[in-house]
Write a protein that binds this ligand. Structure first.
Ligand SMILES: Nc1nc(=O)c2c([nH]1)NC[C@@H]1CN(c3ccc(C(=O)N[C@@H](CCC(=O)O)C(=O)O)cc3)CN21
Ligand SMILES: O=c1ccn([C@H]2C[C@H](O)[C@@H](COP(=O)(O)O)O2)c(=O)[nH]1
Length: 330
C-alpha cells in the first residue's frame, strides 16, 4: 500500500519534535489523509509481515469491537495487545465496541429534545443505542443518507478515561453501487497502531458492503496527530536537536543511508519490556526502502455480521517483506 509509505514519509519529512504523556517522544504531523480503493485489493501492508500473529491480533480485535464487550476476558485469550490497559478483572476503560453497540441514551433529555425509543430496531432492551444496527438498517432503507455515522467518542467518558478512543468516528457514504467509509482518528501511532487500524476498517467496510449489497469502495483515513515514536530520554532529545538535519537528509538521500546515519549518530535507544525499540524511525526507514507487493484478497463468509467468527475471514495471495519490531509507548 503505497499510501502508507506516503504517510510515513510525510510525517518524518514535515513533522515536529513533540514530547507527550508517554515519555517516549514523537515526530508528529497535523491532519494527514490518504485513501485506498478496495476494488484494487485489500490494503493490508506488504512492506512488513502482517499475517500470522499480527493478522490474528487484528482480526480478534475487530471481532471484539463488534461484540460490544467492555472487558477483555475473551480477547486476552487470543492476543495480549490490550492487556496493559485492562484491570485485574479484564475491564478496560475504553470505548470502541461498547459505544459502537451500546451508546448511552439519556434517561431524561432536556425539554424539546427527541431521542430514539424502543420501537426502533437499533435501541437495545437496556435502553442503549446500537450504532452498527443503525448503519445496517440505513444502508438498506435509506442508502443516500449523509448521516450514517458511528461515534465512539463520549465527552464525559473521554475526559476521564485512561485511554480515550483513538479512531473515534467513521462515516459510511454510498456513491452509485459503491459503499465508502471515512475514518477519523485523533491520534495515530504510525508504526504500530495505524497498520492495524487500516486493516480493521477496510475489513469492516468489506463485511458491511457485503451484508448490504454494495461493492466495497474507498477507505479514506484522516489522522489528526499522525506520529512516529522516536525514543525516550537522550534518544528522544537527539531527534529534537537534529530534526532539521534528518529532514534535509530525507529529502535527498536513500532511506537506508539515513537509517545508517541515525544509527551512527544517535545515542543508544531503549526498548519496551518485550525488548522492542521505542525508536520507530530506523524500522520505518527500512520500510520506506521496500517496494510494496501486490495487494492480497480477503474473503468474508456470507453470514450476519454478529455471527462472524475468526474462521469466517480468509486472507489469500498475501506476500510480504519480513516483519519489523516496534515497542509500545504506554
Ligand atoms: N503507543 C501506542 N500505540 C498503539 O498503537 C496503541 C496504544 N499505544 N495503546 C492502545 C492500543 C493497543 N494497540 C496495540 C498494542 C500493541 C500492538 C503490538 O504490539 N503489535 C505488534 C504485534 C503484537 C501481537 O500481535 O501480539 C506488531 O508488531 O504490530 C499493536 C497495537 C494499539 N494501541
Ligand atoms: O487503535 C489505536 C489505538 C491507539 N493508538 C495510539 C495513538 C497514540 O500513540 C496512543 C494513544 O495515546 P493518546 O495520548 O491517547 O493519543 O495509541 C493508535 O494509533 N491506534
Amino acid at each position: 500500500m503505497e499510501q502508507y509509505l506516503g504517510l510515513v514519509s510525510e510525517t518524518l519529512r514535515g513533522g515536529n519534535h513533540k514530547p507527550n504523556r508517554t515519555g517516549v517522544d514523537t515526530i508528529s504531523a497535523f491532519s494527514r489523509h490518504y485513501e485506498t480503493d478496495l476494488a484494487d485489493g485489500y490494503p493490508l501492508l506488504t512492506t512488513k509481515k502482517m499475517d500470522g500473529f499480527r493478522w490474528k491480533s487484528m482480526l480478534h480485535e475487530l471481532l471484539w469491537y463488534l461484540s460490544g464487550e467492555e472487558h477483555v476476558r475473551d480477547l486476552r485469550e487470543k492476543t495480549g495487545i490490550w492487556d496493559e490497559w485492562a484491570d485485574e478483572d479484564g475491564h478496560l476503560d475504553t470505548a470502541y465496541g461498547r459505544f459502537w453497540r451500546r451508546y448511552p441514551i439519556p434517561d431524561e433529555g432536556l425539554p424539546g429534545e427527541t431521542w430514539a425509543g424502543e420501537e426502533n430496531d437499533w435501541v437495545n432492551d437496556e435502553g442503549t443505542f446500537d450504532q452498527i444496527q443503525y448503519v445496517l438498517d440505513q444502508l438498506e432503507e435509506n442508502p443516500n443518507s449523509r448521516r450514517i455515522v458511528v461515534n465512539a467518542w463520549h465527552p464525559a467518558n473521554a475526559a476521564v478515561s485512561t485511554l480515550p478512543p483513538c479512531h473515534y468516528t467513521f462515516v459510511f457514504n454510498v456513491q452509485g453501487d459503491r459503499l465508502n467509509l471515512h475514518l477519523t482518528q485523533r491520534s495515530g501511532d504510525i508504526a504500530l497502531g495505524v497498520p492495524f487500524n487500516l486493516a480493521a476498517y477496510a475489513l469492516l467496510l468489506t463485511a458491511i458492503a457485503q451484508r448490504t449489497g454494495f461493492e466495497p469502495g474507498t477507505f479514506a483515513h484522516t489522522v489528526v496527530d499522525a506520529h512516529v515514536y522516536c525514543g525516550e530520554g537522550a534518544r528522544g532529545d537527539w531527534y529534537g536537536d537534529n530534526l532539521a538535519e534528518l529532514q534535509s537528509r530525507l529529502a535527498d538521500d536513500d532511506p537506508l543511508d539515513v537509517k545508517s546515519w541515525v544509527e551512527a549518530e544517535a545515542p543508544a535507544g531503549s526498548t519496551d519490556p518485550r525488548g522492542k525499540p521505542y525508536d520507530h524511525v530506523p524500522g520505518l526507514l527500512e520500510q520506506l526502502s521496500r517496494d510494496p507487493k501486490p495487494k492480497p484478497d480477503i474473503d468474508v463468509a456470507d453470514k450476519p455480521l454478529d455471527a462472524l467468527e475468526f474462521g469466517d475471514i480468509a486472507l489469500s495471495d498475501y506476500e510480504s517483506h519480513p516483519g519489523l519490531d516496534f515497542g509500545v509507548a504506554e
